[in-house]
Design a protein around this ligand. Structure first.
Ligand code: SAH
Length: 223
């Protein structure tokens, strides 16, 4: 019996279930290419192809495969696209974007997660630009982007990020407090955006705004 066989079998089952749920072939191919087992903690290796989110430390999670697939499909990435990701986390979604042929910038506020993601991404042959910092304001240095994806829950549509899209560009972001609907914004002209929101609900860790949310979660005298 080999460990690899077990993982491969569950990976095929996962791909079949994603296909049944309407995920297109191009996205399935990218998911097939990326070894998710490399992005989960060793103790959870055997669960790498369960369709569930898993803890990656620092109170953060690697997103559920279906969620990654659905967001990737809404993002409609083409080879050569300049893509900004906010919330690198484990780096798994980053790898999917690389597998689709995008040039990727990814921002993560927790340095240790970014460093771990870099090690794994480099070891499987991907070299996106990983930035440690607050992604709330996007990454103006490299804007405009063809695509922007936020992998943490935003309280409202982050227009400061939408403004970093090229005309024709697409932003995908989960929006909501306790659970989230997925929003897809398309910049149709300098000042016009089309918006779609999913009926489905998702549950993400919060998109943290430096200075605001951090201060708000720290108890203060008098409160
Ligand atoms: N795509 C990742 C999701 C990780 S969870 C994966 O599947 O592994 C979301 C990540 O967003 C967390 O790692 C969290 O630290 C990060 N995050 C939250 N607010 C942020 C901000 N303002 N700037 C950068 N990263 C942020």
């Amino acid at each position: 019996m080999s460990h690899r066989f077990i993982l491969e079998e569950s990976k095929q089952e996962l791909l079949a279930s994603l296909e049944r749920r309407g995920i297109e072939q191009r996205v399935l191919n990218a998911i097939a290419q990326v070894p998710r087992e490399r992005f989960v903690p060793p103790a959870l290796l055997h669960r790498a192809y369960e369709d569930t989110s898993l803890p990656i430390g620092h109170g953060q999670t690697i997103s559920q495969p279906y969620t990654v697939a659905y967001m990737t499909q809404l993002l409609n990435v083409e080879p050569g696209h300049r893509v900004l990701e906010v919330g690198t986390g484990s780096g798994y979604q980053t790898a999917i974007l690389c597998a689709l042929g995008a040039t990727v910038w990814s921002i993560e506020r927790i340095g240790e997660l970014s460093q771990q993601a870099r090690r794994v991404l480099n070891s499987i042959g991907y070299s996106p630009t990983l930035i440690v910092g607050d992604g709330w304001e996007g990454y103006p240095q490299a804007a405009p982007f063809d695509r922007i994806i936020v992998t943490a829950a935003a309280p409202e549509i982050p227009m400061q990020l939408a403004r970093q899209l090229a005309v024709g560009g697409i932003l995908v972001v989960p929006v909501g407090q306790n659970d989230q609907h997925m929003y897809q914004l398309r910049r149709v002209s300098e000042n016009e955006f089309d918006v779609f929101s999913s009926a489905q609900r998702f549950r993400f860790v919060p998109f943290i705004r430096a200075g605001h949310d951090e201060a708000a979660s720290t108890p203060r005298a008098g409160n």
